[in-house]
Design a protein around this ligand. Structure first.
Ligand code: NAD
Ligand code: TDX
Length: 329
């Protein structure tokens, strides 16, 4: 199995999960180690995998690796919406050209591809209705990030139809758990509190996300690899919806801080109001369901992980906050 982006948040958790629970796979990770990739996230399984430091846009390297692979699981991406608003080009390059490069190698060598995508490709849902995205919802991306992820999904679908590549796609809701970069919402607020700063809430905090534990996401990906129908798309999500304000208050409460110890800051441009996935298809077809459906327990465990793994995130904290200050000012 070739795992692209395996030194990032979800990819590293996926590789650890695969080594522990799926010994049938021999795992090679391909990762270029951007600011978001960290080999230390693979330390617990370093002896069990092969790590290749390289770029998914490097056609020769990708061709060589895919040529000796049965299954490709494609996590590599530029993944942060705020960065995409500031500088979209790396998103077009990695998410679109990188996925194209991988698809061409998969087409040549006949490997099976699972493409990891996001619910953000569908755009936003209203706050005042209980609608959810389904596998048939039309794409309507808002940010450069989600537009490039939508583009990559479209390439996968076209390569399936036109060239018959053996591909599946999953679109998951927001993930949380260990090894998430401190730029993202929950780790940013958790580590702000741990470093004596206040959580930073965009706008008024009314935006809603569906929070899915990374282990549930990765178990769903394995269910798709084992039993998913080639050519199909599966939505993944926990059903746990929270406003950003609710989550910041929960982080503060679980950290022993007053629940109003946060700052409201200028809103993200084009900020999607709500995401929520209808997961009937993956539940009924593949028998997958989330195990981590209590956000309070999941968040408490995640806060404990960041408390116990300060050495992993602290080196990235100051630069991340400096970046936020530079971009927002
Ligand atoms: P991340 O930013 O933490 O990790 C991305 C990884 O990809 C990093 O290790 C980085 O070094 C690597 N990478 C980037 N460009 C590369 C390139 N050109 N060549 C090789 N490697 C490269 O991202 P994440 O949060 O783990 O997301 C992984 C995937 O899951 C992405 O495709 C993302 O769109 C998708 N996704 C994320 C979430 C979420 O909540 N984080 C939700 C749904 C879907
Ligand atoms: O400091 C912050 N304050 C804040 O209010 C940050 C960083 C974010 N937010 C808000 C914006 C969103 O409404 O919190 C919410 C979550 O923000 P992000 O962590 O940036 O996630 P989001 O934009 O929802 O996208 C995430 O989920 C889908 C991932 O980053 C994507 O890679 C994934 O595809």
């Amino acid at each position: 199995m070739l795992v692209t982006g395996g030194a990032g948040f979800i990819g590293a958790n996926f590789v650890q999960h695969t080594v522990r629970h799926h010994p049938e796979y021999e795992v090679t990770v391909l990762d270029v180690l951007t600011y978001a990739g960290d080999r230390a996230a693979l330390d617990p399984v370093a002896r069990d995998i092969t790590f290749v430091h390289g770029d998914i846009c490097d056609a020769d390297l990708v061709d060589r690796l895919v040529g000796s692979t049965d299954v490709v699981v494609h996590f590599a991406a530029e993944s942060h919406v705020d960065n995409s608003l500031n500088d979209p080009f790396p998103f077009v390059r990695t998410n679109v050209i990188g996925t194209f490069t991988l698809l061409e190698a998969v087409r040549r060598h006949g490997a099976r591809l699972h493409h990891i995508s996001t619910d953000e490709v569908f755009g936003e849902l209203p706050l005042d209705r209980p609608d959810r995205f389904t596998e048939d919802t039309p794409y309507h991306p808002s940010s450069p990030y989600s537009a490039t992820k939508a583009g990559s999904d479209m390439l996968v679908r076209a390569w399936r139809r036109s060239y018959g590549v053996a591909a599946t796609i999953s679109n998951c809701a927001n993930n949380y758990g260990p090894y998430q970069h401190v730029e993202k919402f929950l780790p940013r607020q958790i580590t702000n509190v741990m470093t004596g700063a206040r959580p930073q809430l965009y706008g008024t905090g009314v935006n809603v996300r569906e929070w899915t534990h990374v282990d549930d996401h990765n178990a769903a990906v394995h269910a798709i690899l084992a039993r998913g129908r080639i050519g199909e798309t599966y939505l993944i999500g926990s059903g746990v919806e929270c406003t950003n304000l609710q989550l910041v208050r929960l982080v503060l409460e679980l950290s022993g801080q007053p629940d109003d110890a946060y700052d409201l800051v200028p809103d993200r441009s084009g900020h999607d109001l709500r995401y929520a996935n209808d997961t009937t298809k993956i539940r009924t077809e593949l028998g997958w369901r989330p195990v981590h459906d209590d956000i309070r327990d999941g968040l408490a465990a995640t806060i404990a992980w960041y408390r116990d793994n300060r050495d992993w995130w602290l080196p990235h904290k100051a630069a991340t906050e400096l970046n936020y200050r530079t971009v927002k000012s």
